[in-house]
Design a protein around this ligand. Structure first.
Ligand SMILES: C[S@@+](CC[C@H](N)C(=O)[O-])C[C@H]1O[C@@H](n2cnc3c(N)ncnc32)[C@H](O)[C@@H]1O
Length: 188
């Protein structure tokens, strides 16, 4: 279950989220899409899981965009980006098995102690051979954040295999040092 505290935080942030992302030069949607667009047909049916205000959407022109997020106030902003969105915990999505060509999940998983229930659910709603792509924090030594071997293990448990993973640098707040992220792309 998603806590009231978390929902409250994102409800408050929803009004200024896009401006913050712009100020931080938030690169994740563009970085991930530059690779995913090479792997996906343009007209793909894509679920943006924990979609927030829908910053991933504009990077997939021609796609059918669906969104799911725990915070209603966030999802309202996705309408202008052409999403069909719902309010849902990403661990219990209101979609049938094998529905999407691809599922994305950016800047959300690190808020939780374990990513397994999320990855399992994304794997359930993506079609066989479809792609799941998500991002997590990562540091140079991989000591503080989720190690790649744990990600691999979760993928195996979810009946998926790793297609590729890459690290990229970005800032995470004005004045913050450079932070590293890992993009993981897996196939069912
Ligand atoms: C930092 S924002 C990222 C939004 C978007 N993915 C992006 O990259 O801009 C995190 C989002 O995750 C959502 N969220 C957090 N926990 C969630 C959960 N269990 N299920 C669905 N959405 C969740 C929040 O409501 C928020 O909109």
């Amino acid at each position: 279950m998603v806590s009231q505290k978390l929902r409250g935080r994102y409800t408050r942030w929803s009004q200024t989220y896009d401006r913050t992302a712009q100020m931080w030069e938030y690169r994740t949607p563009a970085v991930l899409a530059s690779r995913m667009r090479e792997l996906l047909p343009t007209s793909s049916r894509i679920l943006d899981c924990a979609c927030g205000t829908g910053l991933n959407g504009p990077h997939y022109p021609g796609a059918s965009l669906f969104g799911a997020d725990a915070t209603l106030a966030m999802t309202i902003h996705t309408r202008s980006r052409g999403y069909r969105s719902c309010v849902s915990d990403a661990r219990a999505l209101p979609y049938l098995d094998d529905t999407f060509d691809a599922v994305l999940c950016t800047a959300m998983l690190d808020q939780y102690r374990t990513i397994a229930p999320f990855v399992r659910e994304m794997a359930r709603v993506v079609r066989p051979d479809g792609l799941v792509a998500f991002t997590t924090f990562c540091d140079r030594e991989e000591r503080q954040h989720l190690p790649l071997r744990d990600i691999r293990e979760v993928l195996v448990q979810s009946n998926m295999h790793l297609v590729e993973t890459f690290r990229y640098a970005s800032h995470h707040g004005v004045g913050c040092p450079t932070t590293f992220f890992r993009a993981t792309i897996a196939q069912k």
